[in-house]
Design a protein around this ligand. Structure first.
Ligand SMILES: Cc1cc2nc3c(=O)[nH]c(=O)nc-3n(C[C@H](O)[C@H](O)[C@H](O)COP(=O)(O)O)c2cc1C
Length: 168
């Protein structure tokens, strides 16, 4: 049987949805992760930074932009070192400034993706996948990287059917 691992990042709290700041009790990407787990057996690993981002959305975007400009590698609470027992790695992430949050760079570049299948789902507020797939190509060398799925933040709650078809 195929062994699946979901590696994801998601930030609860203030976010920008359809042009408005709203407070998300569960982050958009985490909603998707929960749907994936209803469709397939999968272990999960949540990437979390030691330093929390501010509650405020705009402040978070400013810090995130600086991290992208600096090509930063934010420190993580826990790091995954070994994915050898898994066949398929599902990467679930928000689009931050056109790519993955830098915390996912910290995590993904530590792993050996040789021979793995990688499926990516990105939630976004208009930019779709952006450059995320180009960065995943670089971060997950040696993997069979499948076409990414993009889901608009405002539509995550209605996306279970789409997730079901994509994950098969
Ligand atoms: C720091 C930051 C940067 C963002 N940059 C973009 C962006 O460049 N393009 C875009 O479409 N959405 C952007 N967004 C919106 C998120 O991608 C979107 O709200 C996503 O669904 C959030 O997922 P989460 O709730 O799981 O963290 C950004 C959000 C944050 C917090």
């Amino acid at each position: 049987m195929t062994k699946n691992l979901i590696i994801y990042y998601s930030r609860r709290g203030q976010n920008y949805v359809n042009g408005e700041i709203v407070d998300l009790p569960v982050g958009n990407t985490e909603v998707i992760v929960n749907f994936i787990r209803e469709c397939i057996d999968a272990d999960t690993f949540q990437v979390e930074t030691v330093k929390d981002y501010p509650e405020d959305y705009m402040e978070t975007t400013e810090i995130a932009q600086q991290e992208l400009d600096d090509d930063a590698r934010p420190e993580l609470k826990n790091e995954l070192n070994d994915i050898s027992q898994y066949d398929t790695i599902i990467i679930a992430s928000p689009n931050w400034w056109g790519t993955l949050p830098m915390a996912l760079f910290t995590q993904l570049e530590k792993l050996d993706f040789t021979g793995k299948t990688v499926k990516t789902v990105i939630t976004h507020e208009g930019s779709g996948l952006g450059d995320a797939m180009d960065d995943i190509e670089k971060l997950c060398r040696g993997a069979d990287i499948r076409e990414g799925l993009k889901i608009h933040g405002a539509e995550v709650q209605d996306s279970k059917g789409m997730i079901e078809r994509w994950i098969e």
